[in-house]
Design a protein around this ligand. Structure first.
Ligand code: GLN
Length: 260
C-alpha cells in the first residue's frame, strides 16, 4: 500500500493511471526518486512526510516535520464543537473560536469550513508550524477567515472573548515514551506530542488560561487519551457539564467542559 502510494507520488498520478498502464516503465530519474522515497520509508519516515500531504476533514493538508501529522481521531473534536453548537444554538454569526497549538492548522481550517460566520483564531508557539498552517489555510481558501498568533497557548489573547477554545495539545507523558510508535518518536515534532513527564503539563496550563479567555458559558474542548482522561477530568472539576467522548476504538478522546 505504501509502495503504491509512493509510486503514485513519484509519478504524480492517480490509482487509475497506475492500473491502466501496467506496461509503463520508470525512467531512470523516476526510478531514482522512487528508490529514494522507498528508502526513506524503510528508515521509518512517515509516508506523509515523504509525500508532504495528509487528508483531514475532507481537505488536503501540506505537512512537514515542523508539524504533527493530522490524525483521523482529531475529527472527533470538530464533531464535538458542531454538536454543541446544534444543541446550544450558539452558532451565532459573531461566535469566536480559537484553536490552541494549531500545528498544520487542520482544526482551525476544518472549523472555518463548518462555521462560515465564525471568527476563527489559531495560535502556535512555533513560527515554522504557523507558516505551514497559513499555507494550508491559503490553499483551502480560508486565509481571510483565520487570524494566526505566534504565542504560547492563549497568551496575549483578549479575556472573556471566545465562545470556544479548542485544542489538540501535546498530551503524551515522557514516562510512556516506550509505548509511542517509533515513527512518531523519531520523526514528529517532540513538543507537539510530549507535554512533560506526566503528559498533563500543557493541559494544566491551558485549563486556567482557557477559563480566562472564554466568555461566560463558553466551552473548552480538548483532545485527550485514555491515559490522562481521569486526570483531565479532575483538572476540570470546577467546570460545568464535563463530558468525555470516546473515539471509534472506544478510547476516551475528547473532553468538553463549560466555563464555570
Ligand atoms: N492542531 C494540530 C493537530 O491536531 C496540531 C496538534 C499538536 O501539534 N499537538 O493535528
Amino acid at each position: 500500500m505504501n509502495a503504491e502510494l509512493l509510486l503514485r507520488f513519484t509519478l504524480s498520478c492517480d490509482r487509475a493511471y497506475l492500473f491502466a498502464h501496467p506496461e509503463r516503465e520508470l525512467t531512470s530519474e523516476e526510478q531514482a526518486r522512487y528508490d529514494e522515497a522507498l528508502s526513506q520509508r524503510a528508515r521509518g519516515v512517515p509516508t506523509q512526510y515523504i509525500t508532504g500531504h495528509q487528508e483531514f476533514w475532507g481537505m488536503d493538508f501540506i505537512v512537514t516535520p515542523a508539524v504533527l501529522i493530522p490524525r483521523p481521531e482529531t475529527e472527533h473534536l470538530i464533531e464535538a464543537v458542531m454538536k454543541l453548537t446544534v444543541e446550544k444554538d450558539t452558532s451565532s454569526p459573531d461566535s469566536r473560536i480559537v484553536d490552541v497549538g494549531t500545528g498544520s492548522g487542520c482544526i482551525a481550517i476544518a472549523l472555518a469550513k463548518e462555521f462560515p460566520h465564525a471568527e476563527i483564531h489559531a495560535t502556535d508557539i512555533s513560527a515554522a508550524a504557523l507558516d505551514i498552517a497559513r499555507s494550508n489555510a491559503a490553499r483551502n481558501q480560508f486565509e481571510k477567515r483565520i487570524q494566526f498568533h505566534e504565542t504560547d497557548l492563549l497568551r496575549g489573547l483578549a479575556p472573556d472573548s471566545f465562545d470556544f477554545v479548542v485544542s489538540n495539545p501535546p498530551y503524551v507523558g515522557e514516562a510512556e515514551e516506550d509505548q509511542v510508535q517509533l515513527e512518531v518518536r523519531k520523526f514528529e515534532p517532540r513538543n507537539a506530542v510530549f507535554a512533560g513527564s506526566t503528559g498533563l503539563e500543557v493541559i494544566e496550563r491551558l485549563v486556567p488560561q482557557a477559563r480566562i479567555a472564554l466568555k461566560p458559558e463558553g466551552w473548552l474542548l480538548m483532545e485527550i487519551s485514555g491515559t490522562i482522561a481521569e486526570r483531565a477530568r479532575q483538572l476540570l472539576s470546577e467546570w460545568r457539564q464535563v463530558q468525555i467522548t470516546n473515539d471509534l476504538q472506544g478510547i476516551p478522546r475528547v473532553v468538553s467542559a463549560q466555563k464555570p
